[in-house]
Write a protein that binds this ligand. Sequence first.
Ligand SMILES: [Zn+2]
Ligand SMILES: [Zn+2]
Ligand SMILES: [Zn+2]
Length: 303
Amino acid sequence: MTPTRQSSFRLFRLWGIDVHVHWSWFVVAFYSISTRVPNYAAPVWGVLEYLVLFLIVLLHEFGHALACRQVGGSADQIVLWPLGGVAYVAPPSRPGATLWSIAAGPLVNVALVPVFIGIFYAVRAAGVLNQNPDLHAFLRAIIWMNVSLLAFNLLPVYPLDGGQILRSLLWYPLGKARSLMAATVIGFIGGVGLAAFAVWLRSPWIGIMTFFLSSNCWRSFQSAQALRKIEQLPRRSEFACPVCHASPPIGNFWQCPQCRQPFDAFATGAQCPHCSATLELTPCPDCGTARGQRSWDASIRDV
Ligand SMILES: [Zn+2]
Ligand SMILES: [Zn+2]
Ligand SMILES: [Zn+2]
């Protein structure tokens, strides 16, 4: 239940990052603009308010994407859809790199707070606010939107940014798998709170959001369990992943690209024992990056 390339179209490309808009965004934009328009004497302010919301979300996602690149990860796509934006980022599998990639999004909103407040006071000092109540309402609305987006994103409900920041911090003492497990359990508790809040506010919007977050949280909990199993396997210490430095587990965890049968790539020198096909790049079960097996040799490390 995440937006995909297939159901969205490309708006533009900036710094090598494709910005896509999901089709459903237009349906919700129409609804959302129609609820904003009555707040103003001139309807154009309602449209403008929604466009600024769109811009704030976009800047937030660019924060994630650019920070992820900065620490050596990959990020090439942002999709905007009714529940906000999704930056498809793959930071290196280290707590610090993940923490920075996640924290950079909310930090954009933090940086926007003085910008918007500054604009508000500058416009007020110029004396235009009194004659233009629409402009006044508009500026107040964007300050409020930015702050509410920031506050919502920082809730510790995995996979919201707050939940992912919590996970990255727990990664230091608990390790990759257990930190994800702890963050998703906290996420479920937060999800229950959010569901109660949705009922209390009678907000179908927060309800849909909670459902989306909780189902995502559940999938991440399952992958934490899978990660935990991998972490506990016996290892081949003569090899180490060139990216995360974890030694590969002993067992049939690699799939032959030709006959599709599982085999132990480090027992056979990356050659399939069934059909003799070679696995050109050996993926790391711990961090997911795939490198040639030559670079996995632990003895050539730090040479
Ligand atoms: Zn974010
Ligand atoms: Zn690795
Ligand atoms: Zn094979």
